[in-house]
Write a protein that binds this ligand. Structure first.
Ligand SMILES: NC(=O)c1ccc[n+]([C@@H]2O[C@H](COP(=O)([O-])OP(=O)(O)OC[C@H]3O[C@@H](n4cnc5c(N)ncnc54)[C@H](O)[C@@H]3O)[C@@H](O)[C@H]2O)c1
Length: 370
């Protein structure tokens, strides 16, 4: 074992943990040393995959001096308690989203981690996407003018979610905003700053009590309103998502929940066209109309714009979705491990992101349930 090696242990070896761990163990200097879980058969299969000798109890795992970092991948209702125990045992923590089921719990975790100088982060890997950076620059540089509106539409599969699955039980999942919405509240906060939930609704399948759809409207500091919709009601092969940011001179649309494809529809002058192509490398540019003379003058929001062309810039590769997902997980762990090695390292994602995303989700959940 090298001096700088980070010894990782996992609590909860379910569907997602297996996927994430396959990525985490590829990060240089990280070694998986221990696993704890409850469904022994599945857990033993997972342990075999990674060459870990046995599945142990959570307490035994946390008592091991040879564990530096604990990855918690149990259902949401266990995150707070297990993360707190791990921090109290002196372990760094990467917790599956959501960080906790309530802001009060998240605050306690954040305070504990800070007091003890320990890592605490929720696994919201979206901020490590190259498309996150491209869109962030588009907003910050004002290439298409100011942001005016946005939406995220999530038509998610429920094929793998049996009626008994913990996902449908609000006491275990926290509901869709908490369990799932946090990813996208965090993504948009990364782009637009701290938002405020101004409206939210939820709806259940007729006669069943199964709440499978929620939506919320969030107002951002610029004044932009963004609508978030999450519905879990589609066959697996139809699972699809689309998000759009609308600017004064066009819009950008990203497809899939780990965005893999983009399409920009805009009017732009020569310089703006060049910048768009730089920010979204590999995109295919099509000029729908080209303007000259007085035609270059256009107007919107009481402002005059100079436009050389009406364009479409699109690109990406849907086939690469799972690979992109893996890239983001590895990037997240590498960034967090860099902080464990040197706390001066500036991370993309911190305990604060986990806390803020739960705060928006909790507020949305309360508004939706009166
Ligand atoms: N970041 C992402 O993109 C992403 C994607 C999918 C799921 N998730 C999150 O991952 C977490 C797990 O989801 P999943 O789909 O893998 O669920 P799952 O039901 O497949 O797995 C949960 C695991 O936790 C174990 N477990 C349950 N109670 C336990 C306990 N008391 N102690 C130890 N282990 C226990 C179960 O045995 C199971 O192996 C959830 O929080 C979910 O939101 C995150």
């Amino acid at each position: 074992m090298s001096e700088n090696e980070i010894r990782l242990a996992v609590i909860g070896c379910g569907g997602f943990a297996l996927f994430a761990l396959q990525q985490f163990v590829q990060v240089p200097g990280v070694r998986l040393v221990a696993m704890a879980g409850t469904h022994r058969e599945a857990a033993i299969v997972a342990a075999k995959r990674f060459g870990v000798e046995d599945i142990e109890e959570v307490d035994a795992l946390l008592a091991r001096p040879d564990v530096d970092l604990v990855y918690i991948a149990t259902p949401p209702f266990l995150h707070y308690e297990q993360a707190l125990r791990a921090l109290m045992a002196g372990k760094h923590v990467i917790c599956e989203k959501p960080l906790a089921m309530s802001v009060a719990q998240a605050d306690e975790l954040v305070a504990t981690a800070r007091q003890r100088n320990l890592l605490l982060v929720a696994n919201m890997m979206q901020r490590y996407s190259p498309l996150f950076d491209a869109v962030k620059a588009l907003i910050d540089e004002g290439v298409l003018g100011e942001i005016v509106h946005g939406y995220f539409e999530n038509y998610a599969a429920d094929e793998g979610l049996s009626p008994e699955h913990w996902f449908w039980d609000r006491t275990k999942s926290g509901g869709i905003f908490i369990e799932h919405g946090v990813h996208f509240f965090d993504l948009f906060a990364g782009w637009l700053g701290a938002g405020e939930v101004v409206a939210a609704q939820a709806t259940a399948r007729p006669g069943s009590g199964v709440e499978d759809q929620v939506q919320a409207t969030v107002r951002y500091p610029s004044g932009a309103l963004v609508n978030f919709y999450h519905g879990f009601h589609q066959p697996g092969r139809l699972d699809r998502q689309e998000l759009r940011l609308v600017f004064e001179r066009g819009d950008v649309t990203l497809h899939e929940w780990i965005p893999t494809r983009f399409r920009i529809h805009a009017v732009a002058n020569e310089e703006q066209t060049r910048r768009l192509c730089e920010l979204f490398p590999g995109g295919r540019l099509n000029a729908t109309e080209v303007y000259g003379g007085r035609q270059r003058e256009c107007r919107g929001r009481f402002k005059d714009f100079d436009a050389y062309q009406l364009l479409e810039l699109s690109g990406g590769d849907e086939q690469a979705k799972q690979h992109r997902y893996g890239d983001l997980l590895r990037a997240l762990l590498a960034d967090q491990v860099a902080w464990i090695r040197d706390p001066r390292h500036r991370r993309r994602l911190t305990e604060q992101n986990g806390r803020e995303s739960v705060a928006l989700a909790e507020r949305a959940d309360r508004l939706a349930h009166g």
